[in-house]
Design a protein around this ligand. Structure first.
Ligand code: ZN
Length: 248
C-alpha cells in the first residue's frame, strides 16, 4: 500500500491543488492521510475541506480545526492566528463545521498512527521539534511509523532496533528519501502543504510505501501569488500572505 500524507493545509487551495495533481500523476497513492489543520490562515477553508473529504483522507484534528469549532481555547493562539480562526468560522457552513467538530485527536491504523502534534497528550497540541519531544511521543507509538504535523518543518526521528529512546536518530528536510527497515519506530513530521516554515516556500507532501518501507518527503511549486492575493482580498492580516513567499 502506498500512503499519501498531507500536512498542514491551512486553507491554501492553490498549494493543495498543486500537491494533489502532482501526487495523482506521479505517486500511485492507494490510501490518503491528513495530519490536521485543514483550515486557518488561508482564504479557502471550505474548498480545502471538500478536497480532503473527496480523497477519503484519514484525518486527525489540528489545533486550528479545533479552535474553529470551539474545541480549543482561542487563548492558545497569537493575534494573527486568532483573527484567521474567527474569519474562518464565519466562512464555513454547517456541513463543514460538523465535519471538523467530529474529527478525532488520534487515529491508529494497523499500518500507521496519525496525530497533529504529539502522541504525548494529543489534546495539548505540543510541538515535536527535537529528539526530546520526539522521544516523549514515540514512547506511546504502537505502529512502526507515525505521521505528525504542527511545526510545518519536515523531519524524521528514528529508533534503531535495539537502541534506547534516548538515542533517537533524526533527519531534517526540506526533502527526505530513504527506507526505514533498520528502525522499529519512526516519527515523521510530513511538513506543510499550505504554509511551509523551513524557508522553502514549496508545498510539502509525504509518501510511505508499506511494502518497500520507502519514505519520501518531496516538494511541489505552486501559484503562491494567487494564494497571497486571496488572503489580502479577504481582509486577513497581510503577514499571512507575505510569509508564504518566504516559507516562514
Ligand atoms: Zn498548522
Amino acid at each position: 500500500m502506498r500512503i499519501g500524507v498531507l500536512g498542514d493545509i491551512h486553507g491554501n487551495l492553490e498549494a493543495l491543488t498543486a500537491v494533489v495533481e502532482h501526487m495523482g500523476a506521479h505517486e500511485e497513492i492507494d490510501h490518503w492521510v491528513q495530519v490536521g489543520d485543514i483550515v486557518g490562515y488561508g482564504a479557502d477553508p471550505g474548498p480545502c475541506i471538500d478536497i480532503v473529504r473527496e480523497l477519503g483522507c484519514v484525518v486527525s484534528i489540528g489545533n486550528h480545526d479545533a479552535a474553529v469549532v470551539g474545541r480549543l481555547d482561542p487563548d492558545y493562539f497569537n493575534p494573527y492566528a486568532r483573527m484567521a480562526i474567527d474569519w474562518t468560522r464565519d466562512q464555513l457552513g454547517e456541513t463543514h463545521r460538523t465535519y471538523l467538530a467530529n474529527l478525532p485527536l488520534l487515529c491508529e491504523h494497523h499500518e500507521y498512527t496519525v496525530v497533529h502534534g504529539s502522541l504525548h497528550m494529543p489534546d495539548q497540541f505540543g510541538y515535536v521539534i527535537s529528539t526530546v519531544e520526539a522521544a516523549d511521543s514515540i514512547q506511546h507509538q504502537k505502529t512502526r511509523i507515525a505521521f505528525v504535523g504542527h511545526s510545518h518543518v519536515p523531519a524524521a526521528y528514528m529508533q534503531r532496533d535495539g537502541s534506547r529512546l534516548e538515542d533517537l536518530e533524526f533527519i531534517f528536510g526540506p526533502e527526505i528519501h530513504g527506507d526505514i527497515r533498520d528502525y522499529v519506530r519512526v516519527l515523521v513530521n510530513v511538513g506543510s502543504v499550505g504554509q511551509p516554515r523551513d524557508e522553502d516556500p514549496r508545498a510539502a507532501y509525504c509518501v510511505y510505501d508499506t511494502s518497500t518501507l520507502q519514505l519520501k518527503i518531496a516538494r511541489v511549486a505552486y501559484d503562491i501569488e494567487s494564494a497571497q492575493t486571496k488572503i489580502r482580498q479577504a481582509g486577513l492580516p497581510s503577514v499571512l500572505a507575505d510569509r508564504l513567499a518566504l516559507g516562514v
